[in-house]
Design a protein around this ligand. Structure first.
Ligand code: RIB
Ligand code: CA
Length: 316
């Protein structure tokens, strides 16, 4: 059988239910070689999301250390989202305790170590505020060319979700986003344009629960909790944001992707954190971002269910 070419990957996020589901998906992708998990304050405090990340790594039997990043954005105060993710940041299913020590390296230094040591360029999948990736780029500009691309869950070309202008991940740290979007590193952006169409309905995650394996049970439980607040806001399904940043890397055929120049609003009194696209090239800027703006929802769900089926007989 042909050897699968491995793709080194760093998972950077603020788990968070949808980060966690995205990481389950990532752990089942044969070509992904997960080199590190790095955490950033966002959905909850740094301590809480780091503890969650270490428990997810234990659940998924990932033989890697988790490195924690900054406990606050580059230039602004931290915003957290307990309304969506609960007091722990990952309320709901019981998870195993961490089975690896926390890395002594900071997240940016762990990222830098992975970039230095990898013989192939590395893909960073960022599903939280971009603080760590910005810190990496600011501290180690010499390593920029070792990054294959940054797949981002963040932004929204036509709306926000934390304000009407700004999506949460970008709003938490707009200066970090500005640093990343102006870095010249290839970007794949899954903003709300696609993630609010990536709706997973209760009937969908009942398919996952019906798989009756330990990880599928946990994923269904994460959807149960994540949907509570979303449903109270009027959503009929779970806006499954972060898994889009994983799946669009390996199944681009089910997504609608456009190349735009995207910039980050830093100054607006009401629009700070907005991601502004130049749809018609009027700025004269070259597109800096592959923007994912649509998907085949049914296929998205099928791939999520297929990923969760990979844990038959899993020891937790
Ligand atoms: O706006 C959605 C994003 O903010 C997701 O990454 C979710 O986990 C939160 O971090
Ligand atoms: Ca997230």
């Amino acid at each position: 059988m042909n050897e699968i070419k491995k793709r080194p990957v760093i998972l950077d996020g603020d788990p968070g239910h949808d980060d966690a589901i995205g990481w389950v998906l990532a752990s089942t992708i044969p070509e992904f070689e997960i080199k590190a998990i790095t955490t950033v304050a966002g959905n909850q405090t740094l301590e809480k999301v780091t503890y969650n990340a270490r428990r997810i790594a234990a659940l998924l039997h990932l033989d890697i250390k988790v490195a924690k990043g900054r406990n606050r954005p580059l230039c602004s105060d931290l915003i957290i989202a307990p309304n969506f993710h609960g007091e722990t940041g990952l309320d709901g299913p019981i998870l195993p305790e961490p089975d690896h020590d926390l890395s002594e390296l900071s997240a940016p230094e762990m990222m830098a170590e992975v970039l230095r040591e990898s013989k192939d360029k590395v893909t960073i999948i960022s599903t939280g505020p971009l603080t760590n990736t910005a810190a990496l780029l600011l501290s180690h500009p010499e390593l920029k060319d070792r990054i294959e691309m940054i797949s981002i869950m963040g932004g929204g070309l036509r709306n926000g979700n934390w304000t009407s202008a700004a999506e949460f991940n970008i709003l938490v740290d707009p200066e970090a986003a500005y640093t990343v979007y102006h870095s010249g590193v290839p970007l794949l952006m899954c903003g709300l344009d696609v993630t609010e169409k990536a709706l997973v309905y209760p009937k969908d995650w009942e398919r996952i629960r019906a798989l009756h394996n330990p990880v599928a049970e946990v994923v269904a439980g994460w959807f149960d909790f994540f949907f509570i607040h979303l449903n109270s806001l009027g959503w009929s399904g779970a806006t499954t944001h972060d898994p889009c940043a994983v799946m669009s890397l390996v199944h681009p055929e089910i997504f609608d992707i456009k190349d735009y120049y995207v910039d980050i609003e830093l100054q607006g009194r009401y629009c700070r954190g907005a991601t502004i696209a130049d749809y018609n090239g009027r700025t004269g800027n070259t597109p800096n971002c592959r923007c994912v703006v649509g998907l085949d929802r049914e296929k998205f769900v099928d791939y999520l269910v297929e990923a969760c089926s990979k844990f038959e007989g899993w020891e937790v």
